[in-house]
Design a protein around this ligand. Structure first.
Ligand SMILES: [Zn+2]
Length: 260
């Protein structure tokens, strides 16, 4: 059985001590493809570097809503920089622009700048003919509004999807994929479970979002890509199919949306 972890952060400093070892163990344990997601300039550069060094790692680059600079001027500087980086490094292993989007849970004060950064980076994805990976937290209405008004040619993925049925319904209608992470395994995950049930398996991706959000039974510990199996098992239980099927179908879905 092989798994594709569609979203992780081996570029995070929490892996500085043992990154190479964890990467090796990840592959050995059957996680034979992973995406390493950037969220600002530095982490995007590192995700590119990891994808160049490791055959099975793919990269995505972008400025996340939680990494928006204070001023508009600085934001444009960062956007120009990320544009330069992805244009210069455009290769088969750079598979999307992300993670990008809106986060009104952590940042309520700069909604306008978040929106501008999101829209600008949608433009970048379209220019490079890439899909996007969306981070949306407590911002479902504005997120849907933006992807409706600024159409992404290759669509994309709602990563670590929040259990918001209306948002998911609209995302599916617009042709997006839905990626589930550790929280669907948590004991209080009633809403998430309803959302998993409403998404057809052909539209589901699995991820860890490591080093955060470790699934049960490893909740609270540092997460790594090997734990994606627990997310797959939960989906198998909810969909009443085998974990082998979940592994295979989500693998194919991920290859398809990222054009691998
Ligand atoms: Zn992430």
């Amino acid at each position: 059985m092989e798994f594709f972890d569609s979203h992780s952060h081996y570029n995070d400093e929490k892996f500085d001590e043992d990154r190479d070892k964890i990467i090796e163990e990840t592959y050995k344990s059957g996680i034979t493809k992973i995406v390493c997601a950037g969220y600002n300039i530095k982490s995007s550069l590192m995700s590119l570097e990891l994808s160049k060094k490791n055959e099975f790692i793919y990269s995505i680059c972008g400025i996340s809503p939680n990494d928006i600079p204070q001023s508009e001027q600085e934001l444009w500087k960062d956007i120009a920089e990320i544009t330069k980086i992805v244009t210069q490094n455009k290769n088969k292993k750079l598979v999307a622009i992300g993670e990008i989007g809106l986060d009104y849970y952590w940042n309520k004060e700069n909604k306008e700048l978040q929106k501008q950064a999101f829209i600008k980076q949608i433009g970048l994805a379209n220019k490079l003919n890439l899909p996007i990976v969306i981070h949306s937290r407590d911002a479902s209405i504005d997120t849907i509004d933006i992807i409706k008004n600024y159409k992404v040619n290759k669509t994309g993925i709602f990563h670590c999807c929040q259990p918001n049925q209306e948002m998911v319904r609209q995302a599916l209608e617009l042709g997006y994929y839905i990626s589930f992470a550790g929280p669907i395994t948590f004991k209080n995950a009633k809403n998430s479970i309803d959302v998993v049930k409403m998404v057809p398996i052909e539209k589901i991706l699995i991820e860890t979002d490591s080093p955060y959000l470790s699934p049960e039974p490893n909740r609270g510990k540092r997460n790594d890509c090997r734990n994606v199996k627990f997310v797959a098992q939960k989906i198998a239980d909810l969909k009443e199919i085998s974990i082998e099927e979940v592994a295979k179908i989500t693998y194919e879905n991920t290859m398809k949306i990222f054009g691998i």
